[in-house]
Design a protein around this ligand. Structure first.
Ligand code: UD1
Ligand code: CA
Length: 483
């Protein structure tokens, strides 16, 4: 029978050390906000309810919480009087929403982006197995400065947590710290919170005082040191944010490599937690895969490519490309130096080549836009080849219009398609054509006028220039009699 579990996430503090107009827990690493990572870990424990304590920028933080947990209870803590007060506010909000919490209550903070669901799950299991009134997820660290210390007696029983500022020099020597993640028996927690005072160095209501209260009530208290202390490290400033982001990325890449992805240079490859990769994908140096990007097997990405919310098909090749909300079909090739803007859909075995920008376009199977083009608001049929240097002129200065090019068409170099316009199946256009009217299937459109050659123009109109000298020398050489 699943036991009742409530997860309380503390996120009311200002996070002033970030020196940011954005709340600390809303800063992003690995494609999610920090609180998003914590909520993802919390979800893995299958809580009946999630309560977020919000204060500073409560609208923004609340909205982000609801983005991850639609039915989360938002408890507003007007003034940040301490972690004990924050949890009391959460328990009140929960009681008002659906009645007193029962079973287990887990308290976490919103600033530990490396926390995994697996660690949180096993902590909850350890807590339940120990039947303790309170369990501490502790950690043994090299430098415990600033953190609460776990005090044990000679038998190893946990007695209390003492905060840095309240600790004696001897207590400060202790290297077992409180990660800030605690589990409680809900009934005991409700009975203890009103007894927490603020007579301490910070004048705050410390949640950690509940441990001493449990001991006083003759109840069991447990501390479970976490193997991987980085998972519970809080981020307080931008330097720690960058370190947490790099560590998260390293872990994400390790996981994908174990799943069969080749990562040639992990140091320059960044993959968000939200990305999905298939076995035998290869990532070359300088790749960033962001958001909801997915890459299918045997695809090769990079070097130097950023894809955000893109879908790359099996065996596709994407070289030195910037893409957003684009789809690259099976066996298709993109790049080098391509810019795929939202709505670009490249069919199987199609090609988007060098210095091509695409937006809101469906390019059919095997169709190619190989060189130096802008393709916007268009549909290009299968097997069609678009000549080098083609501009799909989709914008008349007021509104956007669409261009359609049929199947197996062959359009010339340096064309302009002035939308709305359509070019039929199997049609063609000459070099330099400006297509303003529809081209029926199988027709050839040419719009450039016949070439006129005005002989001797340079000598007459640009006398004394290098251009004229070169022209005259060439004429003299080809026809010495005239010299
Ligand atoms: C807390 C613990 C400490 C632990 C450390 C781990 C207490 C008294 N101390 O110390 O033992 O080692 O975390 O990081 O609990 N918050 C609120 N409302 C408040 C106060 C805090 O929402 O009134 C939030 C903060 O935004 C923050 C978290 O709770 O995310 C922790 O609060 P903070 O004041 O940073 O506690 P620490 O001094 O770090
Ligand atoms: Ca802190």
């Amino acid at each position: 029978m699943p036991q009742d579990l409530t997860v309380i996430v503390l996120a009311a503090g200002g996070g002033t050390r970030m020196k940011s107009k954005t709340m600390k827990v809303l800063h992003r690493v690995g494609g999610r906000t920090m609180i998003g990572h914590v909520l993802a870990a919390a979800a893995a424990t299958e809580p009946r309810r999630v309560v977020a304590v919000v204060g500073h920028q409560r609208e923004a933080v609340g909205a982000e919480v609801r983005e991850h947990v639609a039915d989360a209870v938002l408890a507003v803590q007007e003034e940040q009087l301490g972690t004990g007060h924050a949890v009391a506010v959460a328990m009140e909000a929960l009681a008002a929403d659906e009645g007193e919490a029962v079973g287990t209550v887990v308290v976490a903070t919103g600033d530990t982006p490396l926390l995994t669901g697996q660690s949180l799950r096993s902590f909850v299991a350890d807590h339940r197995a120990s039947q303790a009134a309170v369990s501490i997820l502790s950690g043994v660290v090299e430098d415990p400065f600033g953190l609460g210390r776990v005090l044990r007696n000679d038998d190893g029983d946990v007695l209390a947590i003492v905060e840095e500022k309240d600790a004696t020099p001897q207590q400060r020597e202790v290297r077992e710290i409180n990660s800030g993640i605690l589990a409680f028996d809900a009934t005991f927690l409700a009975s203890a919170l009103p007894r927490v005072g603020n007579d301490n160095a910070k004048g705050e209501y410390y949640l950690t005082d509940v441990i001493g209260l449990a001991r006083g009530d003759g109840l069991a208290v447990a501390a479970h040191p976490v193997d991987d202390v980085r998972q519970t490290e809080g981020v307080n400033d931008r330097a720690q944010l960058a370190r947490a982001g790099a560590e998260l990325n390293r872990r994400i890449l390790d996981r994908w490599m174990r799943e069969g992805v080749t990562v040639m240079d992990p140091a320059t490859t960044w993959v968000d937690a939200t990305v999905d990769l298939a076995p035998d994908v290869t990532l070359l140096p300088g790749v960033q895969l962001l958001g909801a990007t997915t890459v299918a097997e045997d695809a090769v990405i990079g070097p130097d490519t950023t894809l955000e919310d893109c879908e790359v098909g099996p065996g596709a090749r994407v070289v030195r490309t910037h893409g957003q909300l684009a789809v690259v079909g099976e066996g298709a090739t993109v790049g080098p130096f391509s810019y795929l803007r939202p709505g670009s859909v490249l069919g199987a075995r199609g090609k988007i080549g060098a210095f091509v920008e695409t937006k809101n376009v469906e390019i059919g199977e095997g169709a190619k836009v190989p060189h130096l083009s802008y393709v916007g608001d268009a549909e290009i049929g299968e097997g069609t080849n678009i000549g080098a240097g083609t501009i799909f002129a989709n914008y008349d200065g007021v509104a956007k219009h669409r261009t359609t090019v049929g199947r197996h068409a062959r359009t010339g170099s340096n064309n302009t398609f002035v939308a709305p316009v359509s070019i039929g199946d199997g049609a063609g256009t000459g070099a330099g054509t400006v297509v303003r009217e529809d081209v029926p299937p199988g027709s050839l459109a040419v719009s450039a006028g016949p070439q006129r050659v005005i002989e001797g123009w340079v000598t007459r109109r640009r006398p004394g220039t290098d251009q004229a000298a070169a022209a005259e020398a060439a004429v003299a050489q080809s026809d010495p009699a005239e010299g």
